[in-house]
Design a protein around this ligand. Structure first.
Ligand code: CUA
Length: 347
């Protein structure tokens, strides 16, 4: 009795930890187990197939093991050594052939799907082309057919194939939207990886960097926003509208001299850092500060911008954004820019 209790006491913390880890996997928007598009659905199909085969094999092996243990256990007063068997051709062939058949059953749909996933729609006129560039620790999305560049929120029209072209500006990253597709690495310039997926349903899908890329790897998040085709066209139009600068001329000057030397809004600035056009309409600031005060883990966009601008290193350690205070901006100027950016929304 004492021993059982001790075992329970030892196992309890481990079980609690497992429980918590598994609960973490349950986040609806970051799970391959709730596919929201054809690419993710076919991967999920493979997962189900391999798990089914594994469970069947497991049950048969455990049942056989249990049968052998009971059927051939030592009987009372049985003292002689049982008959020694060395090799059994029939059994050996059987346990070689059965796994081979199982591997073939797994291989046929897997290979088929690998080739299907290789269809990158790069030459498909109906596909929307998006160039994805990974940066430590943010994502850049360019739409070459529309001349539009954005960051962190990837806006796509529903139902259309999106032809992705992946690259990185620094180290390896991996582009992954679990509920829509498998992941693909971003390689340094010259080695472009291509793939494609689509989102049939409107919604916001969470994306993650899936390749350890530095101290803020875990914060390298982005969103895929699937909208109707009309909404997508409208989004493109408002992205192309002339830049809006802070109303206060002094603040506009500071913003131009200190921020637009790396960032861009509309047709102004340069593209070394995330494009800020319409940042007030984005799902999150810096990819992780959720702009939704109805959510427990969210806050109003202006508050998130202040959190970020007052100490970017505290939000994402190791990122390249200089602290605005070190650039000589006062607290009032930082708050003013946060307010301006929060109100920079797209119609
Ligand atoms: Cu980028 Cu991990």
């Amino acid at each position: 009795m004492m021993k059982t209790w001790q075992a329970v006491k030892r196992l309890l913390p481990m079980m609690t930890i497992f429980g918590l880890i598994l609960a973490g996997c349950g986040r609806e928007d970051l799970s391959v187990l709730r596919p929201q598009g054809p690419a993710a659905e076919s991967s999920f199909g493979l997962i189900k197939l391999s798990i089914t085969i594994m469970i069947v094999v497991l049950l048969i092996v455990f049942a056989l093991a249990a049968y052998v243990m009971i059927r051939f256990r030592r009987k009372p007063n049985q003292n002689e050594i049982p008959e020694q068997i060395e090799g059994n051709h029939r059994l050996e062939i059987l346990w070689t052939v059965i796994p081979l058949i199982l591997i073939v059953i797994l291989a046929i749909p897997t290979v088929k799907q690998v080739f299907a996933a290789g269809n990158d729609h790069a030459n498909d006129k109906n596909a929307v082309k998006v160039k994805v560039t990974g940066h430590q620790y943010w994502w850049e999305f360019q739409y070459p057919d529309y001349g539009v560049t954005t960051a962190q929120d990837l806006v796509i029209p529903t139902g259309k194939d999106i032809a992705f072209e992946l690259e990185t500006k620094d180290v390896l990253h991996s582009f992954w939207v679990p509920s829509l597709s498998g992941k693909l690495d971003t390689n340094p310039a010259g080695t472009i990886n291509r793939f494609s997926f689509s989102a049939p349903k409107e919604g916001v899908y969470r994306g993650k960097c899936a390749e350890l890329c530095g101290p803020s790897h875990g914060f390298m998040e982005f969103k895929v926003k699937a909208v109707s085709e009309e909404e997508f066209k409208q989004w493109i139009d408002s992205m192309k509208a002339p830049a809006v600068l802070p109303e206060d001329p002094a603040l506009a000057e500071t913003f131009k001299n200190q921020c637009l030397t790396c960032h861009a809004v509309g047709d102004q600035g340069i593209a070394n850092a995330p494009n800020l056009t319409g940042i007030g309409s984005r799902e999150a600031i810096a990819g992780i500060l959720i702009n939704d005060d109805t959510r427990e883990d969210g806050a109003p966009v202006e508050e998130n911008l202040k959190t970020w601008l007052h100490d970017p290193q505290n939000v994402k350690p190791g990122n390249l954004m200089p602290n605005p205070k070190d650039l000589g901006l006062s607290d009032a100027e930082i708050d003013g820019i946060a307010e301006y950016l929060a109100n920079y929304k797209l119609d």
